[in-house]
Design a protein around this ligand. Structure first.
Ligand code: ZN
Length: 309
């Protein structure tokens, strides 16, 4: 099928997405410390007089903050305007890749250039039809490239505008987590337990985070929990995830919660029986199993009576 838009988008490959940018701050210990605290990374490489910056912070040194980036090149905005006009009004980040050529150290002042590296042919995904756009940012200190950051987005026309709501995506079941989903099918929420050191873990993994042992059994969660944290998803609109009990909010926002189970492990799940804007940190919740269609059962959490507003 002829894709005139695709051909026009392709012509942006290789063009600058950012005029040479300058990091807002030199590489510095306070930002490194905040990052390590947020990530729970206690590596000694990131503290002390010989500290380096965690490699995965690469993009952080190029970020514009709330004020946004200065110096975005015209090609970037033109390309996005073309996509918007064609109905590709939604965007989702799909993945990023980083390459590190040498460590960054406190005092390094970074500059960076971003180019539109590639535009895919038109693709149809569960979210909708559009184009994957990959940008590549080369981060430099002086003349030397110290790392590259590739970032891929899907800019698309959302699916699901039709009358039939698409089904929820299926969980990805593999040999490491098959036992978990088998339990869910029997309305049991199973937590892995290391048989060497008794540490509980979730999500399911082949080995113990605490001692490395590959041997495990399971314990069944009692079902009590609290909302440890949550986010509310507004964009992109994703009809399959609209709370089924609020069918009136066709593509309304929904809350995604990190639930701390009474056993101590945390899991990401939905909170049902309460509007998305009433979910609160610390809210006591109780496990239930909900059927979303003929095949799909998921563990979800409902606020305990006294917490329901
Ligand atoms: Zn263990």
């Amino acid at each position: 099928m002829d894709d005139e838009l695709g051909a026009r988008l392709k012509s942006y490959e290789g063009r600058a997405a950012t005029l040479t940018g300058k990091g807002r701050d030199p590489v510095n210990l306070p930002m490194i410390r905040h990052w390590c605290e947020a990530m729970g990374d206690t590596s000694p490489a990131y503290t002390g007089p010989c500290a380096i910056a965690p490699p995965t912070m690469l993009q952080a040194w190029t970020m514009g903050g709330l004020a946004g980036h200065e110096g975005r090149a015209a090609a970037h905005d033109e390309m996005f305007a073309l996509l918007e006009e064609a109905g590709c009004t939604s965007i989702v980040a799909t993945d990023c890749e980083q390459e590190y050529l040498r460590p960054l150290r406190p005092g390094d002042e970074v500059t960076f250039d971003t180019v539109i590296e590639s535009v895919s042919p038109r693709k149809t995904t569960k979210l909708g039809t559009g184009y994957f756009i990959t940008t590549r940012t080369d981060v430099r200190v002086g003349p030397d490239v110290v790392g590259t950051h590739r970032f891929r987005v899907l800019k698309y026309a959302p699916a699901g505008a039709g009358p039939k709501r698409p089904p929820r995506p299926r969980p990805v079941v593999n040999r490491d987590n098959a036992g978990f989903w088998e339990g869910v099918g029997r309305h049991r929420l199973l937590i892995q337990r290391c048989t060497a050191c008794a540490a509980l873990r979730f999500p399911w993994l082949p080995g113990c985070n605490a001692c490395g042992s590959p041997d495990w059994d399971t314990v069944e969660a009692g079902g009590e929990g609290t909302v440890y944290s949550y986010v509310v998803m507004h964009h992109p609109p994703f009809p399959a995830f609209t709370a089924s009990e609020h069918a009136a909010d066709a593509a309304g926002p929904y809350a995604v919660a990190l639930i701390e189970l009474a056993e101590g492990v945390r899991m990401i799940s939905g909170v049902v029986g309460v509007p998305y804007d009433k979910v609160r940190v610390g809210m006591p919740v109780r496990l239930e199993f909900r059927s979303y269609d003929d095949e799909l059962v998921l563990p979800v959490f409902r606020p305990c009576e006294e917490a329901a507003v």
